[in-house]
Design a protein around this ligand. Structure first.
Ligand code: AMP
Ligand code: GLY
Length: 459
């Protein structure tokens, strides 16, 4: 939105500050709340709904408000009640449901893309078509529908031999991608999508053309993965430092895929100049093409990349901060995040960056996630979290996710329970200190990876 008469201009924001809300309940939102609360322009930060751990361990400016994020009318009333003027959206499903469209109509300034722009995440087929149109390098692919269930192998010809990557064309809580090693594995995933209708179709409700589910089959690429985040105002973008996350459950990159077991930043094998060069080949053409289609992209555009030597490919776009990369990135940021996000939301990123250029600490950050026994399939919950000498500090932060307060005690309530973000002169020293910190917090059945940031392990 280009600030309406009922919202503050960038100059007014600088002069008066604002009450800011962060929507979401995970460790990413806890980290965002802490970073935004550090802004001198943030009068108060309301985390909606957040979690009981975030309530315990956040700057004084942060308060929590219970919220049913599925009820936009009630959410807007609550935000008005709390005098919130600026809203930062965490999770993808809210964006796919059109929370930004709704709240902007109610005169909130919102950082996040509208539903039509969020399609870059909620439809992989749309993202693929955009990449092809814009000449952004991406894996070769074909689209499969229910009609291909018996004959899909012939359609896969150009992608074979196995493995082949199959991606459900929609939001799937990280469960929509499989790397099929043979025909049987491919068929069983296609059956889950087309026959068992395992996944929801968030975002597609009003899109009659896309009423039937689609699976994108892709050639299998090898290399190193990295996440690039760009704060976008529709026209320009500001690149954040690169970060890498670890999706596999177990140390040594074994076990099933998860929502993310840790992350680190910066990325020693991706120097700044190379990073900028890659980013320019992705974000600018995509923003320009979106604008040409009258769908302005304002918010965070996240490109998940595979890099091999001088080549790179975009594996996916997300349209929100990554989890857990954000927890490894924001502790390294030393400039004002709130001002830049507000500027981007108004379409005035350049002006905001003039006032608050992005600055980074030279230190590295390692984020290790503590997960419940049984995660990701069937996490066991209900165990008390003990703090045995752990002291949060500027260098060492703890961001909570799946916890609740029961009779004054913090108990586990989800698969990923918390993450510790540790700064240090190098990734190696940060990892060592993070592992010490992990030994000072615990709960029954806690599992974490001890190799986050060990270069070479994340390929
Ligand atoms: P996506 O949600 O598209 O990022 O896929 C999830 C994960 O699957 C990625 O982080 C990669 O580890 C893997 N992946 C996705 N696409 C490919 C591909 N074309 N080749 C190899 N691995 C892939
Ligand atoms: N780190 C992966 C994601 O946020 O989707």
């Amino acid at each position: 939105m280009k600030g309406s008469s009922k919202t503050q201009s960038l100059n007014e924001f600088v002069e008066n500050g604002a009450v800011i809300a962060v929507l979401g309940s995970g460790a990413r939102e806890h980290a965002l709340a802490c970073a935004l609360a550090e802004s001198k322009y943030c009068k108060q930060l309301v985390l909606m709904p957040g979690n009981d751990g975030a309530k315990l361990l956040s700057p004084l400016k942060v308060s929590l408000a219970p919220a049913n994020l599925g009820d936009f009318e009630a959410l807007a009333s609550q935000l008005k009640e709390k005098k919130v003027e600026f809203v930062v959206v965490g999770p993808d499903d809210l964006l796919a449901q059109g929370v930004v469209d709704f709240l902007e109509k109610k005169d909130f300034v919102v950082f996040g893309p509208k539903k039509a722009a969020a399609k870059l995440e909620w439809s992989k087929a749309f993202a693929k078509e955009m990449m092809q149109t814009c000449g952004v390098p991406t894996a070769e692919s074909v689209e499969l529908t229910a009609a291909d269930l018996d004959t899909f192998e012939s359609k896969l010809e150009t992608l074979l031999p196995y493995p082949v990557v199959l991606k459900y064309d929609g939001l799937a809580l990280g469960k929509g991608v499989v790397i099929a090693q043979n025909t049987d594995e491919a068929r069983s995933f296609l059956k889950e999508v087309f026959e068992e209708k395992k996944f929801e179709r968030v975002g597609f409700e009003s899109d009659t053309k896309a009423a039937a589910p689609v699976v994108l089959a892709e050639e299998f690429l090898t290399g190193f993965e990295v996440s690039l985040f760009a704060i976008c105002d529709g026209k320009d973008y500001a690149l954040l430092q690169p970060a890498c996350d670890y999706k596999k459950l177990k140390t040594g990159n074994r076990g099933p895929n998860t929502g993310g077991m840790g992350a680190y930043s910066p990325v020693p094998w991706l120097p700044d100049a190379r990073c900028r060069e890659i980013a320019d080949k992705i974000f600018k053409p995509i923003l320009d093409e979106m604008r040409a289609r009258k769908v302005t992209f304002r918010g965070l555009l996240y490109a998940g990349l595979m890099v091999r030597g001088q080549d790179f490919w975009v594996l996916e776009f997300n349209v929100r901060f990554g989890d857990p990369e954000t927890q490894a990135l924001l502790p390294r940021l030393s400039s004002d995040l709130a001002l830049v996000l507000y500027g981007a939301a108004l379409g005035e990123l350049e002006k905001a960056l003039d006032l608050a250029p992005l600055r980074w600490k030279s230190e590295a950050c390692v984020n290790i996630v503590a997960a419940s026994r049984g995660y990701p399939e069937k996490p066991e919950t209900g165990f008390e979290v003990h703090f045995d000498g752990f002291r949060p500090s500027e260098q060492q932060r703890l961001f909570f996710a799946g916890v609740r307060n029961l009779d004054g005690k913090i108990q586990t309530s989800g698969g990923r329970v918390f993450g510790i973000s540790q700064l240090g002169p190098t990734i190696e020293t940060a990892l060592d200190a993070a592992l010490v910190a992990m030994s000072q917090v615990g709960f029954e059945g806690m599992y974490f990876r001890s190799d986050i940031g060990r270069i070479g392990d994340d390929a």
